[in-house]
Design a protein around this ligand. Structure first.
Ligand SMILES: [Mg+2]
Length: 299
């Protein structure tokens, strides 16, 4: 059975549907994963030792503190390497953009970017650059497995999940590998609140929402909760409502969802001015220009 068939087999049990992103949204795992797992492996596997400070800045900007926050690891890697190539100080230190055309091509044509699909591509092509990418990605997973533990859900997440159970089908909508997701949700005893845990092997977030919820619920009965613009995009592509978890203000966001968002969602007063106000606050927190390229702030 394909991953799409798995998603399509989802049947509504409640009148409402809520998709929840995991990293940086339900769990405070974005910081530790990026800073302790992704970036050190990126420096190591892509030979960025000489420009490690700038590589760290680029990795943090792309993955945590910009409108690209939360994008899939493979395009994020390309963007990080491209940002370095666009930085004169990195070039001065001898940085040279690797020949990543095969990676760009693969990203362009593959719809489920994951280690599983990359492994197949490597087996079929023997491409050295893709092999290097796979080694990097597997090393990241290994480091995540070793380093990331005891990171609880953000405050108010559990209460929200409990409150939602009465009227909503909840699923996890994530670009993280499935085994890591299941481990994290089970470790904190919240896996039981999710009817399905969808990770990167099961397609994109847009596909998760489209095939699990599309055409199965009444209009405005489907909501996505996320901490990244990509989550919002996936929601909007499916005409779902979106509740943002603001980076750096996650607990306040979940409290707001508990006290206000859920009520509005059920009452049919979420879409419109309320949602627009939430989205504006959210987008204001995520710039598109890196800090090293921004005009210096006047003192
Ligand atoms: Mg996220």
């Amino acid at each position: 059975m394909s991953h799409i068939d798995d998603l399509k087999s989802f049947t509504p049990a409640k009148a409402f549907f809520v998709g929840i992103d995991s990293d940086g949204c339900a769990f405070d795992t974005m910081e530790i994963k990026q800073k302790e797992c992704f970036i050190p492996n990126t420096c190591n596997y892509w030979e960025l030792q000489a420009v490690s400070t700038m590589a760290r800045q680029a990795g943090e900007f792309v993955n945590l503190y910009s409108q690209w926050r939360g994008i899939n690891r493979f395009p994020a890697l390309v963007m990080t390497l491209d940002l370095l190539a666009d930085r004169p100080e990195a070039l001065e230190r001898g940085y040279k953009l690797p020949e990543i055309a095969p990676l760009r091509d693969w990203i362009g044509r593959e719809t489920a970017l994951s280690n599983t699909t990359l492994k197949k591509e490597v087996a079929g092509t023997n491409d050295p650059l893709l092999t290097q990418t796979l080694r990097w990605s597997e090393a990241v997973n290994e480091t995540v497995g070793k380093v990331v533990r005891n990171v609880p859900p953000f405050p108010y997440v559990r209460q929200c999940l409990e409150t939602l159970q009465a009227q909503a089908d909840v699923i996890v909508v994530s670009a993280t590998p499935c085994d890591a997701l299941v481990r994290e949700w089970a470790e904190h005893d919240i896996a039981r609140y999710a009817r399905m845990i969808c990770g990167q092997e099961m397609g994109s977030k847009k596909e998760h929402l489209q095939h699990c919820a599309g055409g199965k619920y009444a209009p405005d009965h489907v909501l996505m909760i996320g901490d990244a613009p990509g989550d919002m995009k996936a929601a909007k592509a499916n005409n779902c409502l979106f509740f943002p978890i603001n980076p750096g203000k996650e607990a306040q966001s979940w409290q707001r969802f508990l006290e206000e968002g859920i009520v509005r969602f059920y009452a049919g007063t979420f879409r419109g001015a309320y949602e627009e106000e939430l989205v504006k606050e959210f987008m204001d927190l995520l710039p598109s220009v890196p800090p090293w390229k921004s005009p210096r702030k006047c003192c």
